[in-house]
Design a binder for this molecule. Sequence first.
Ligand code: NAP
Ligand code: ZN
Length: 351
Amino acid sequence: MSSVFAFAAPSEGAPLERTTIERREPGSLDVVIDVAYAGICHSDIHTVRGDWGAQRYPLVPGHEIAGTVRAVGSEVTRFAVGDRVGVGCLVNSCGECTSCTVGDQQHCEKGATGTYGAIDRDGSVTQGGYSQQIVVTEDFVLRIPDAIALDRAAPLLCAGITTYSPLRHWNAGPGTRVAVVGLGGLGHMAVQIARAMGADVTVLSQTLAKAEDGLRLGAHRYLATSDPSTFRDNKRAFDLIINTVSAQIPVDDYLSLLDINGAMVCLGAPPEALSFDALRLINGRRSLAGSNIGGIAETQEMLDFCAEHNLASEIELIDADEINEAYRRVLASDVRFRFVIDAATLEQTNV
Ligand code: NAP
Ligand code: ZN
């Protein structure tokens, strides 16, 4: 075991604080990673605030991890010391069920092992990326292309794959009219990826405050949902709506923006249930769907796609001491567009 510095939530809703955690000695298939950067996903905040139910504390969040390989187990074949690597939301799965067999580890029938707050195979609770090191079995380690800086790559491990996967699944491309609801961490990746896929892209944001950024990121149009004319003038205007909002929204208003056969895909996971009127689906044969991150192979495909198209997350790099303030700003929709923790600042230097 080796002891490393980390930031953890000591209890539900409490501010995160510096601590140390133990990382296991690498097994034969393990990769030991020196974490360089960890993104702050809104899911980290939902989790530590108890929005999604009780957790095991202390809890180290972080599932947008980028760093370099420090050591590898004796049977690791795909990674070597010094490689640039990433870890996303999953660190293990059964590997045998139908979902795992087709590469959809996120839907593992026995329950995939989340990067934090899950029970690992050895019975310990997994601890995430707000830490100096992480030890992960090689099948769940991703290769970060040289073209993407590590700090701007970190958020791709969740925000990137979570938006790439549904855009691929629902065939975003030339001729597809895509609306992205919410221009936060997920939303700003959805805009860039949908544009790179060739789709026609509109942002639906609460206000026009981030319009300049949205258009620069690749959106063709930027509309405010606080303006009633947005809903009045854009009925049946979209084939695909990607909903990244972390809170409740009036689903029916958005469904009315879908054309015949259109789909609204929910990525945001607010604590409260969303509700809708079935007639909004029936009239127009519309679909209301959801999507959960993506499998490991698809995550690698997304990283390679981003490298090829020169895409990455736009970040605000912060010190570990600024995590609690960053959480407050994410909750206030005040982030452009992902906070990323510089893991070098996790270490306590004043002792
Ligand atoms: P984020 O950076 O906070 O972005 C969410 C955006 O939603 C905000 O920037 C804001 O955009 C909009 N928004 C926030 N509150 C709103 C409200 N009350 N009404 C309308 N719009 C509102 O969060 P994120 O990290 O992108 O995550 C978004 C959601 O996706 C979270 O619920 C997270 O847990 C979930 N998530 C799901 C998956 C998955 O696999 N499905 C993966 C990762 C995250 P504007 O300022 O532009 O309006
Ligand atoms: Zn996430």
